[in-house]
Every structure is written in structure tokens, then in C-alpha cells.
Design a protein around this ligand. Structure first.
Ligand code: NAD
Length: 487
């Protein structure tokens, strides 16, 4: 098989198999072909992974920050050296075009490892607090064993975005990739070991919604960082809360992009397209509700249609392909059913709306689709579709657009396109979201915090802020004189 790994799991520095686990088939979304067969972790594998992480964490936390940083930066270098092969694997795992994976997937994982490897020498410093004669100091200490659970849209990036800050802060991790994309995280684990990470500090085990709870509920796990949907987030956060564990929740969204009459038309359309069609629309922060001010509406739609119909759909391994298939048959069925709902509820189909007839074979392709005349109450304007379906809504005033943009349970991201900078800042100030963009969309460099508000989650990934979510403060009061007591 094209992408069969040595074994399903990577524990304590080596590949491990347990064929008693349920079979997980890895399917190449462009052809429907099975490219690897793996097994979900049995309870024995879960035990082995957590025990290895628990043992290794003590050793790893004893490394100085600079020593830990050296390992992470070396792993970043190895990822960059192998960007081509890792990107090809990511394309097989997800169906995303090589044109994307080569610039956005392993390389973004490398950025994260390099960034955290670089900042930990200073970012974990504590403080000294004078108290008259006495004094106190604080230390930032690791949490212990951290579990990472990934979604299927950015498998290697998610593994690195969770591993880099967690490991930088001195934790060990057990990472469970999505059952839909099990391959990439194993390679990241191999590379970390090659870079000098002690065995057991980063472990990968396979599994699905039945495996996740075994990790979340494990008594030796101190924290869970999940990237996934809101319903899964509720379950995982609930289970973690029952044992008072730390959580980071990177969940779904239905983010708004506000395009004002004075916006640069081409730039606003680029933002809307990036925020709906990149990775075949399977991006959590996508701006799937595009509010366009009425004066620009007709021009916007005409040019958007032209540019959308020119998107090159095809074989993801061809460098010229701009859009590949969706990740799975099930995901395509889900997206097609939303498109049918959009038509049935009265939205105007501008382009796309079905399976492209330009691609042959069994792949899970779908056309990039634009609906206009979408109203706030339509299903396609309320629910996360997670496919290349853009909803364009009209608006008159700034106040109206802000109120409608905020009228959602989600709060992951938002964008504003306008040439009026006063308005841009006034509007982003009022939009309820964790990550916002002005005159661009979906750029997430490692230097800036990323994460959601409202039902889109809590905690932040990337930037120095992420370290706070993978460590806690220990405060030490130092008494310099005799200890006084009233009795
Ligand atoms: P999902 O919620 O179905 O699964 C996510 C992960 O959780 C998988 O690994 C799955 O096996 C695991 N899981 C499922 N039930 C579990 C349980 N009860 N306990 C523990 N683990 C469990 O999501 P998905 O379909 O893989 O990914 C798509 C979703 O992820 C979308 O909603 C998208 O918006 C979101 N997402 C968010 C971000 C972000 O950073 N905010 C990034 C990517 C994707």
C-alpha cells in the first residue's frame, strides 16, 4: 500500500502495533483508494503511551530551556529539509493539493517548533516579588502529561502546533490524530526523536471517538488540547471538567467577513475566496458568511463568479491544481446536503453547486460554490458546513452588519475589508471573535495568538500566549525572619 507506516502507534521512541485494535483505513480522497491500514489503540496501548509519557516527562523537564529549544529547532530544520516528502504524505492523507501542502502544512509545523524552541530560553522566566523583609518568587512549571487530539484538516500542522508549546514548557504529550488522517503525526514523532527528543516525550496513538475518552479520562493526564467540532468540544471539555483538568479547545466557526462599499474589490474577493476555498473550504476559521454592502454587491458577485469558475480543480499531486477533493465521502455527502438546503431555502446559486464533471474517478470532489441573497435564518448561514460553500449576504449600514455578524453562537474569527481605517478598527473592536483580520484573511503566522471565543473554544495556540496554557505558576514565599504566630 502506498503509504503504509511501519506500525500504527509510536510510543517510547519506537513503532508499536497491536492488531487487536479496530482497523482504521486511510483513504486517498482523490481516488478513494485505501493507502494504509492501521489499528485503533487498545486500552493496553493507551496505558503504554501514557506510562511512557509520564516517565519521560520527568527527564525532559530537567533539561534546561535552551537544551529543550535546541531539540525543537533541530526538528524544525529536519521538517524543512523533508518538506517535499512530508507535503506529499499530507496530500495523500488529506487530498489537499500539493500546491498548498508544500507552503502551508509541514512548513507551518516547522515554524511552530522553531518559534517555541527560540523563545523558551526567556519566555518561561518567573518573577521576584519584594515583600519588605520577606520576598517571593514564581516559577512557570509544566503540567505533566498532556493529551493532544487532532482534526483531519491540518494533521501535521495540528500535531506541531500542540507539541511545540507543550514540549517547550517541559510537558510530555500523547497525541491522537483524527482517524481520517492517521499518517502525518507518525512522521513528526519520528523526526522529533531524530532531533534528540528523549524517548516517550512525544507519543502518537491512533483511534477514534471511542479512543479519545480513554485518554481524556486517564488519571495521569493533566491537560487535553482538542482541535475539533463544537459537539466534540462539549464532550471533551465536560469529561475534563469532571476531573478538573486543564483544556484548550480549538473548535468550529461560522465566521463573518464584512466588505464595505469602499473596499478594494479584488482584495476583498481574494480574502473571501481564501476564506472559503483554501483546503477545499475545510478550515475552521473560514469566513463563510460574507456580508457585502449593497453598493458593491453586483460588482462583487460578478467578479467573484468569474474568479471562482477559473479555479483549477483536479489531481492534488499536480502542481497546477488549486483545489483537490474533500477529505472523505461522508464529508462530501454532508456538504452536498447543505447545498441542497441552500437551494431549497431560497438562496441564489451563483456558481458551483455540485460534483465537477471535469474530474474523473472515485474522488470526493465538489465544485467551489457561491450562494447570494442568503438571509440570516437560512441553515447555510447558521451552521458550519466545512466545505467550499460561500454565503454572500447583503447589508446597508455598519451597525446592522456588526449586529448580524455577531448573531451566532460561534466566535472563532472575523474579517473586515474597507479603505477607511477608522472604521476598520471601530468594527473589529465590536466583532465577537478571537482572531480578526483587516484587509486580509486567514493568515495565521506562529507569532500571533490564534483561538476562539463563545462556542468556538478557549485557550490560545501559537505566540508566547500558548505557553501559559501548557504550564502553571508555582509561587514560593520566602520568610527571612522568625515565623510569627498568635498562639
Ligand atoms: P471531530 O470533532 O469529529 O473530531 C476531532 C477529533 O476528536 C478526532 O480526532 C476525533 O477522533 C476526536 N473525538 C471525537 N469524539 C471524541 C470524544 N468523545 N472524546 C475524545 N475525542 C473525540 O472534528 P473533525 O471532523 O475531525 O474536524 C472538523 C472540525 O474541527 C470542524 O468543526 C472544524 O471547525 C474544527 N477545527 C477547528 C480548528 C481550530 O483551530 N479552531 C482547526 C481545525 C478544525
Amino acid at each position: 500500500m502506498k503509504a503504509q507506516p511501519h506500525a500504527s502507534h509510536f510510543i517510547d521512541g519506537v513503532y508499536v502495533e497491536d492488531t487487536a485494535g479496530t482497523v482504521i483505513e486511510s483513504i486517498y480522497p482523490a481516488t478513494g483508494e485505501v493507502i494504509a491500514r492501521l489499528h485503533a489503540a487498545t486500552p493496553a496501548i493507551v496505558e503504554q503511551a501514557v506510562a511512557s509519557a509520564k516517565r519521560a516527562q520527568k527527564e525532559w523537564a530537567g533539561f534546561s530551556p535552551a537544551q529543550r529549544g535546541r531539540v525543537l529547532k533541530k526538528a524544525a530544520d529536519l521538517i524543512r529539509e523533508r518538506n517535499r516528502e512530508l507535503s506529499e504524505l499530507e496530500t495523500l492523507d488529506t487530498g489537499k493539493p500539493i500546491q498548498e501542502t508544500i507552503v502551508a502544512d509541514p512548513s507551518s509545523g516547522a515554524d511552530s517548533l522553531e518559534f517555541f524552541g527560540g523563545i523558551i530560553a526567556t519566555a518561561l522566566n518567573g518573577s521576584q516579588i519584594p515583600l519588605g523583609g520577606d520576598w517571593a518568587y514564581t516559577k512557570r512549571v509544566p503540567l505533566g502529561v498532556v493529551v493532544g487530539i487532532g482534526a483531519w484538516n491540518y494533521p501535521q500542522q495540528i500535531a506541531c502546533w500542540k507539541a511545540a508549546p507543550a514540549l517547550a514548557a517541559g510537558n510530555a504529550m500523547v497525541f491522537k490524530p483524527s482517524e481520517v488522517t492517521p499518517l502525518g503525526a507518525l512522521k513528526i514523532a519520528e523526526i522529533l526523536i531524530e532531533a534528540g527528543l528523549p524517548k516517550g516525550v512525544f507519543n502518537v496513538i491512533q483511534g477514534d471517538r471511542d479512543t479519545g475518552p480513554l485518554l481524556v479520562n486517564h488519571k495521569d493526564v493533566a491537560k487535553v488540547s482538542l482541535t475539533g467540532s463544537v459537539p466534540t468540544g462539549r464532550k471533551v471539555a465536560g469529561a475534563a471538567a469532571a476531573q478538573l483538568k486543564h483544556v484548550t479547545m480549538e473548535l468550529g466557526g461560522k465566521s463573518p467577513i464584512l466588505v464595505f462599499d469602499d473596499a478594494d474589490l479584488e482584495s476583498a474577493i481574494s480574502g473571501a475566496m481564501l476564506g472559503n476555498f483554501y483546503s477545499s473550504g475545510q478550515v475552521c476559521s473560514n469566513g463563510t458568511r460574507v456580508f457585502v454592502q449593497k453598493g458593491l454587491r453586483d460588482k462583487f458577485l460578478a467578479r467573484l463568479k468569474e474568479r471562482t469558475e477559473a479555479i483549477v480543480i483536479g489531481d492534488p499531486q499536480d502542481e497546477a491544481t488549486q483545489m483537490g477533493p474533500l477529505v472523505s465521502f461522508a464529508q462530501r455527502e454532508k456538504v452536498l446536503s447543505y447545498i441542497e438546503k441552500g437551494k431549497a431555502e431560497g438562496a441564489t446559486l451563483i456558481c458551483g453547486g455540485g460534483i465537477p464533471n471535469t474530474v474523473s474517478g472515485e474522488g470526493f470532489y465538489i465544485q467551489p460554490t457561491v450562494f447570494a441573497d442568503v438571509t440570516d435564518d437560512m441553515t447555510i448561514a447558521r451552521e458550519e458546513i466545512f466545505g467550499p460553500v460561500m454565503c454572500v449576504l447583503d447589508f446597508d449600514t455598519e451597525e446592522e452588519a456588526i449586529a448580524r455578524a455577531n448573531a451566532t453562537e460561534f466566535g472563532l474569527s472575523a474579517g473586515v475589508f474597507t479603505r477607511d481605517f477608522t472604521r476598520a478598527h471601530r468594527v473589529v473592536d465590536q466583532l465577537e471573535a478571537g482572531t480578526l483580520w483587516i484587509n486580509t484573511y486567514n493568515l495565521c503566522p506562529v507569532e500571533i495568538p490564534f483561538g476562539g471565543s463563545k462556542q468556538s473554544g478557549f485557550g490560545r495556540e501559537n505566540s508566547a500566549a500558548a505557553l501559559e496554557h501548557y504550564s502553571e505558576l508555582k509561587t514560593v514565599y520566602v520568610g527571612m525572619g522568625p515565623c510569627e504566630a498568635p498562639y
